[in-house]
Design a protein. Structure first.
Length: 261
């Protein structure tokens, strides 16, 4: 008697051929250093390790985790690259590997690379800017002190310079938006704003170089920036929120190759 294949066993020829040709490989275990990274992250997430805490020496950590010292060394190298750990060589109380406060530069680098690799579309980044910077502008209108307002005025002066280059204008523009977030008193907002603006630096500058009527464009941006600062300095959070969203949408729409939001 010949077995009759059931419906699950019979499919299109192309499907069966693909299954036959598939390059099945053994499932590999996680690399040792990845397991060490997980263990260190678990200690940080649980609160056992906090900023400034000293990790056990490499030999002791390898023994506790029952892994090779090479695995510990590689995990530390990776986490140093992410800004999570810092190592100080030498001897004495200041030597060793410590938990570091994640710097803004590390967050910016992470986000910039993800944007470059198209893990986030520019459209998504612009939309995130609108949501984040609206909140920052509203907080700045409520909390900005004299020093914060003076810094915003200084950056506007840089952008108002008739001789300012497009690159210098772009950098001052970025600093202006980050300074608004700082004026709002929320350090996470300011770090995220710096990271997002940093990820957009190259595409915005590239768009700036394609603008044929630069003078008209820059005058519009100056007026929008001035309007945002006026709302902040006069303590109008809702107006600051509205003008910020309007500015980001308008600037994105006006720049070549940048998406409208």
């Amino acid at each position: 008697m010949v077995d009759t294949p059931n419906a699950d066993e019979v499919g299109p020829l192309s499907v069966r051929a693909a299954c036959a040709d598939a390059a099945w490989r053994p499932v590999t275990r996680a690399s040792t250093h990845e397991l060490v990274i997980d263990a260190i992250e678990d200690q940080i997430m649980s609160g056992t390790l906090t900023v400034g805490d000293l990790l056990p020496p490499e030999r002791e950590l390898a023994a506790r985790l029952q892994v090779s010292r090479a695995g510990v060394r590689e995990a530390i190298r990776v986490l140093e690259g992410h800004g999570v750990l810092r190592s100080d060589v030498g001897s004495g109380r200041g030597a060793g590997t410590f938990v570091a406060a994640l710097p803004s530069a590390a967050l910016e680098r992470f986000l910039r690379l993800h944007v470059a690799l198209s893990n986030f579309r520019i459209q998504e980044v612009v939309e995130a800017r609108i949501m984040l910077e609206q909140a920052s502008a509203a907080l700045a209108a409520e909390r900005a002190d004299a020093d914060a307002l003076a810094e915003l005025e200084r950056l506007l002066a840089v952008m108002d310079d008739p001789e300012v280059s497009r690159e210098a204008f772009n950098d001052a523009d970025t600093a202006f938006h980050v300074a608004i977030a700082r004026a709002g008193g929320n350090s996470l907002f300011s770090d995220m704003t710096g990271a997002i603006r940093g990820s957009l630096r190259v595409p915005i500058l590239a768009a700036f170089t394609k603008v044929t009527d630069w003078e008209t464009m820059v005058q519009s941006l100056r007026a929008q920036h001035r309007g945002i600062l006026e709302a902040i300095s006069s303590g109008q959070p809702e107006e600051a929120r509205r003008r910020t969203a309007e500015h980001i949408r308008s600037a994105s729409a006006a720049l070549p190759d940048m998406p409208e939001a």
